[in-house]
Each structure stands twice: as structure tokens, then as C-alpha cells.
Write a protein that binds this ligand. Structure first.
Ligand code: 13P
Ligand code: SF4
Length: 352
């Protein structure tokens, strides 16, 4: 006879949890019965512990669907997650995303305990530039304001004048250009080039860019777009703003993950292609079961580093390296550039 541990769910609880996860769309995504049961055993324990410890779990939309639908308290793009983290009443934040997102949550909540469940969850863009690089860039271009994408370390944010995300980069850059003839945009070179084209600015003389790249979005090839259009007539092709300028110019819509989901929601089209990390397509399939999503996606190894096991381990016995810490001096300066983003993103529209 096997003895039940105190954490072992009853058969009825387990069945209910399996049904909940199936109904949320995991079944439709092809999760096997065994996989559903494995997830359900973990989500039950995580959700119980989360409540007991007054912890909140924000999850980026690229996270695994069992995290998004199984344990997340809120989901969203980088901007929405940052905003929601400002208002949380929880004592602990277990951030399911990548390190720069968890760091942002810590900067916004210096008195709360913030954890990153998978310590290897970095980001190639954030890794492409250091605070020291920004200081050198500023010395080379004295007086130019520094606009940094949120996919940066706390040190880089501390050296920046304003932060942007894919959801507000265009608006904030327009506002900045109302006051400055030239600025530095970092670290995503392609996003910088896409914005320069959209705003009619010259790279180099008006927007100084850095050569950072996203290892996921740099791999999409514009030459396959006409082939997909021929094969799926009427398909709407949406690309993330981190994609190459050539690709961005050949698609129907460009934006961040939040904008892409909104486009799908509002569109009457039946077929879509989401050119971005695969998690967005999985989420879209569960949220819009009547629409079809043609795969043109890649996995981000950093975003996919987090599993339910990591989250459970973080709640049960967190290790020191899962704890996010930002020194007070860096946090204060980084907070200024993030608050400037909130102010500009939520404020009046730029003059066109
Ligand atoms: P979003 O803010 O559009 O969700 O983008 C985050 C990201 O890491 C894109 O690769
Ligand atoms: Fe960073 Fe690209 Fe992964 Fe987003 S998809 S976390 S930008 S490496």
C-alpha cells in the first residue's frame, strides 16, 4: 500500500484540476492525458502554496501554456506586466518571464521579495550591452538623450533617460523627437531601424543605434512571406517589432505581443501567422479557438527555461540565486527612467 503525503491531492481534486486545464485549452493544444495529470499535480500544489505565502505570479505571454493557464495571476506583454507589478499587494513576486522583467518588478517593488524561478532565463538583447557601454556611448555623443528598450539590465536602465517597450516605443520616440533633434536608442538595432523608418528619421545622424539582436526574431526570413501568402490566401501576417526591417515591410501588422493579440481579437480574418516566439501562437490558439494560426515561430530558450517544477521549488525552498536583488543606488536611477516611461506612455499623444 502506498501512503499519501500531505501534499498529495485527492482523486476528486486532481480530476477537477485536469478538467480545468483541459478546458483552458491544453487539451486542444495536444497535451496527453499523462502530461495533463503531471501538470495538474504541480499546479494544485503551486496554487495552494501561492495563497498561503501571499505570493503573486505574473507571466509573460511567451511562457509555457501550463504556466499561463495553470498558475499565473496575470499575464501580458512587458509593459502590462510592469504596470501590474506596481499595484500588487502581494509580499512575494514569483516572476515567470526573463531576468530583465523580474529586475523591473524589483525596481518597482524594492520592499518586496522578487524571485526568478529559472536563473538561466536571460535575454540576448539585455546581454548585448552593459552600463559601462552606455556610459562610453554617452561620452561619445554628449548631450544626447538615451532611450532604452525595457529588454536591458538594471544598470543600463540606470544610465538611461527613458525606457520604452514594444507597446509604446513609437509614441515615446515621437515625443522625444519633439524636444531633441537626435537621440540614442538601444540595444535592439532592428527595432531602432524599424522605428527610424516609421518616424522618417535617419539612422546615425538622428537615431544612434546599438548592435543588439534578439536571437529569436533575428532568424525570421522575409523571403518566405510571399510563399505563405500564396499558400494561405487571405492570411494576416503579424510580426513582432524586433524582426528585421525587410520582414517588417512585408507583413500586415507590426507591433509588440499585446498589440498582436489585440489585432487578432479585433480582426474578422480567419487565418493568422504570428511571426514571433511560439508561446504567443499557443496562447492565441487557446484564446481564439475559432481562428487558425499558421506556424512561423521559434522558441526562445530563455522564455522556455521556466517550468512548473521551478515555480514549485521557488515557493517551497527558494535558493539565493533565484532571489532578484538590485542595489539601492541603481534601483533609484533605473526607477526614474521607468517612471518617465509610464508618464509619457500614459500622457498626451505626440503632435503628428
Ligand atoms: P513584448 O513586450 O512585446 O511582450 O516583448 C517582449 C520580448 O521579449 C519580445 O521578444
Ligand atoms: Fe530576449 Fe528575444 Fe527571448 Fe524576448 S524572445 S526574451 S527579446 S531573446
Amino acid at each position: 500500500m502506498t501512503l499519501k503525503t500531505k501534499d498529495e491531492p485527492s482523486g476528486a481534486d486532481l480530476d477537477r484540476e485536469i478538467d480545468r486545464l483541459s478546458a483552458a485549452g491544453l487539451d486542444a493544444l495536444g497535451y496527453s492525458d499523462a502530461e495533463l495529470e503531471r501538470c495538474a499535480r504541480l499546479t494544485l500544489r503551486i496554487n495552494r502554496l501561492k495563497k498561503k505565502m501571499n505570493a503573486v505570479i505574473p507571466a509573460h505571454v511567451y511562457q509555457r501554456v501550463e504556466i499561463v493557464h495553470g498558475v499565473a495571476d496575470f499575464i501580458g506583454d512587458s509593459y502590462k506586466l510592469a504596470k501590474l507589478c506596481v499595484d500588487t499587494k502581494a509580499d512575494r513576486i514569483v516572476f515567470c518571464g526573463v531576468r530583465f522583467m523580474a529586475e523591473t518588478a524589483k525596481i518597482l517593488n524594492p520592499d518586496k521579495t522578487v524571485y526568478l524561478p529559472a536563473i538561466e532565463a536571460g535575454c540576448s538583447l539585455a546581454d548585448s550591452i552593459t552600463g559601462d557601454d552606455v556610459r562610453k556611448l554617452k561620452a561619445k555623443h554628449p548631450g544626447l538623450p538615451v532611450v532604452s528598450y525595457i529588454n536591458t539590465t538594471a544598470d543600463v536602465k540606470a544610465e538611461s533617460d527613458v525606457i520604452v517597450t514594444s507597446a509604446n516605443a513609437s509614441k515615446i520616440l515621437r515625443l522625444m523627437f519633439e524636444r531633441h533633434p537626435r537621440l540614442i536608442f538601444l540595444p535592439d538595432e532592428w527595432m531602432g531601424r524599424n522605428l527610424a523608418r516609421e518616424l522618417g528619421k535617419k539612422v546615425g545622424s538622428e537615431i544612434v543605434v546599438w548592435e543588439g539582436k534578439c536571437i529569436v526574431h533575428e532568424n525570421f526570413d522575409a523571403s518566405s512571406v510571399p510563399l505563405y501568402r500564396k499558400r494561405y490566401p487571405g492570411v494576416k501576417i503579424l510580426a513582432h517589432a524586433e524582426c528585421s526591417p525587410a520582414l517588417v515591410q512585408s507583413v500586415d501588422f507590426v507591433g509588440g505581443t499585446g498589440d498582436m493579440m489585440k489585432y487578432v481579437k479585433d480582426s474578422k480574418a480567419r487565418h493568422f501567422m504570428l511571426v514571433t516566439e511560439c508561446g504567443l501562437g499557443d496562447l492565441a490558439r487557446t484564446e481564439f479557438p475559432d481562428k487558425s494560426f499558421i506556424p512561423m515561430c521559434r522558441l526562445c530558450p530563455y522564455m522556455k527555461a521556466t517550468g512548473l517544477e521551478h515555480i514549485l521549488k521557488t515557493l517551497e525552498s527558494p535558493s539565493r540565486d533565484q532571489l532578484i536583488e538590485v542595489s539601492a543606488d541603481v534601483a533609484i536611477r533605473a526607477r526614474r527612467s521607468i517612471d518617465r516611461m509610464f508618464e509619457l506612455a500614459e500622457g498626451p499623444e505626440p503632435k503628428r
